[in-house]
Design a protein around this ligand. Structure first.
Ligand SMILES: C[S@@+](CC[C@H](N)C(=O)[O-])C[C@H]1O[C@@H](n2cnc3c(N)ncnc32)[C@H](O)[C@@H]1O
Length: 213
């Protein structure tokens, strides 16, 4: 599957919006690996939290062009960039400026068939967490988990019965602990779909679901 065109961005845009990197591309590869499962489930509503450039949701729109695509980002430049990337690639996306999915209120309760989050996962001082600028793309605080840990309690309530949740992690986030927690507290099964070493980063894409796949 082709990668979305990003020629509408200049180098300067990436001063404000996360430039698709190894983590983004691993996520695209994992979604492509799961293309069969995704088409089997026939998703109708997809939400990417922290959509950045919009590259991931646009790619999902290429893979499965039959759903309604929503996105959120805490960074206003990213929300605008997501809309632009969708438009330039023929994938309509409705981005919302929001902290996680809170902007949608209860309307997405158990409604999201594909949920995606590539969170700010880098270990940083806690004081760097909480910006709505470009730092929000990477600053993850203690264990790189502070932002993800705020989102975790909302995941199960967003996922539809057949829903899949794709999460990007690095080894410092202790992915096995996240997987165990999601099963124990929320009853969600998980599977590591893909791993890759990129420089110092040990990346993994984990897929969570209510039923085992
Ligand atoms: C690592 S970047 C990923 C961007 C894009 N999804 C990709 O894979 O290239 C993380 C994104 O999450 C956004 N973000 C961070 N905290 C957020 C929050 N609380 N709610 C929504 N988006 C958030 C950042 O602004 C940034 O765009």
């Amino acid at each position: 599957m082709k990668t979305p065109s990003l020629i509408h961005f200049t180098e300067k845009d990436y001063d404000h919006v996360y430039e698709p990197s190894e983590d983004t591309f691993l996520l695209l590869d994992a979604l492509e690996e799961d293309a069969g499962l995704i088409s089997e489930l026939q998703p109708t509503l997809c939400l990417e939290v922290g959509s950045g450039s919009g590259c991931v949701t646009t790619f999902l729109g290429f893979l499965w062009p039959h759903a309604y695509y929503m996105a959120s980002d805490i960074n206003p430049h990213a929300a605008a960039a997501t809309k632009k990337t969708g438009f330039h690639n023929g994938v309509p996306i409705d981005p919302v400026l929001s902290n996680f999915a809170t902007g949608f209120g209860a309307r997405l309760h158990k409604a999201v068939d594909i949920l995606i989050f590539n969170p700010p996962y880098v270990v940083t001082p806690s004081s760097e967490v909480g910006s709505s600028g470009i730092e929000a793309a990477w600053a993850g605080g203690v264990d790189g988990r502070e932002v993800l840990d705020q989102f975790i309690p909302h995941i199960e309530g967003l996922l539809s019965e057949k829903g899949l949740f794709y999460l990007v992690t690095v080894k410092e986030n202790r992915p096995l602990e996240i997987m165990a927690h999601m099963k124990e507290v929320y009853g969600l099964y998980s599977k590591v779909v893909m791993t890759r070493r990129a420089g110092i980063e040990g990346l993994a894409i984990i897929r969570f679901s209510r039923v085992e796949h």
